[in-house]
Design a protein around this ligand. Structure first.
Ligand code: RP5
Ligand code: MG
Ligand code: MG
Length: 281
């Protein structure tokens, strides 16, 4: 596993809580770190136990709550990790990527892996009837959304609902965030879903695993499966009418380039796509 960096950011997102600093060489659990005594934080929303969150069975009020079935498919909730079996110590899972400087679940609802799916929707960049080139390589563009929570540009993506097929999550989240499907009438949404289903038929999985998400903690973390949907001729995906919606405040075609700052480890996902298509990076 690649060491996480954004999951060790000083301030926990949306709070004034500071993580205990974890130096690069102390991230791995196997390295002794006797001074390690991080603060604990779980957002009040999660503690109120909405449908998407696990109980906080570590408190006295919930002492008799049975812990989730870790490393298993727990009813319709996927608690297995893409990274393999994770450690569970006294019913609390341990981040497979190492220390983050914070205990608890932070903003995440589930103990252990919180599963998401992302889409990398791409086309070639055309200028005056030709594909633009940089350093001799064709330049790609991808659909980016600007996240409402932190203002960073990111891939369209979101949480897998219990029992939901990942392919369905990818399409649903793209429609919600990049096409504002939630504001459409039922009929319009149906039409859009049909269109998206044909256009998104041939996706290529380009990543499956841990996400270096700023919301991660020692006991809860993001994982994703990401698919690339590429429009070779700029006549299907390439001309979809984009409109930001739900947790996205902006949507745009951005150039695929290593200088483009993106949320979490989304830049690494794009790098995979650029490599696959032998495009400029
Ligand atoms: C990232 O958070 C994933 O890669 C995905 O893009 C996103 C899912 O969370 P929300 O967009 O629902 O906040 O870790
Ligand atoms: Mg969403
Ligand atoms: Mg999202």
């Amino acid at each position: 596993l690649v060491s996480h960096v954004k999951a060790r950011g000083k301030l926990y997102p949306g709070t004034s809580i500071s993580r205990q600093p974890v130096p690069d060489d102390k991230v791995a659990w196997s390295v002794p770190f006797p001074e390690y005594c991080p603060p604990s934080y779980t957002t009040p929303v999660v503690l109120q136990m909405p449908a998407w969150a696990d109980p906080d069975y570590s408190t006295f009020a919930n002492w008799n709550v049975t812990p989730p079935k870790y490393n298993q498919l727990d009813g319709s909730v996927e608690r297995r990790s893409h990274t393999g079996e994770y450690m569970v110590i006294e019913n609390i899972p341990r981040n497979p990527c190492g220390r983050t400087g914070l205990l608890g679940r932070g903003l995440l609802g589930k103990w252990g892996p919180n599963h998401a799916a992302d889409s990398v929707v791409t086309r070639w960049k055309w200028i005056d009837g030709k594909v633009a080139k940089k350093d001799g390589k064709p330049v790609m563009q991808f659909v980016a959304i600007q996240r409402r929570d932190c203002g960073e540009w990111a891939l369209p993506g979101g949480m897998v609902d219990p029992g939901e097929q990942i392919a369905a999550t990818v399409k649903r989240e793209f429609c919600e965030e990049a096409m504002n499907s939630l504001s459409l009438t039922k009929d319009e949404r149906h039409k859009l879903q049909e269109l998206i289903s044909t256009i998104f038929q041939h996706g290529e999985m380009i990543y499956k695993g841990y996400v270096d998400d700023p919301r991660n903690t020692d006991n809860a973390w993001m994982e994703t499966v990401a698919f690339n949907f590429h429009d070779e001729t700029n006549d299907s995906i390439g001309c979809l009418p984009l409109r930001a919606g739900d947790d996205a405040k902006n949507v745009a075609w951005l150039d695929v380039d290593k200088e483009q700052a993106l949320y979490a480890n989304h830049s690494m996902l794009l790098q995979n796509v650029a490599h696959l298509k032998q495009a400029h990076w």
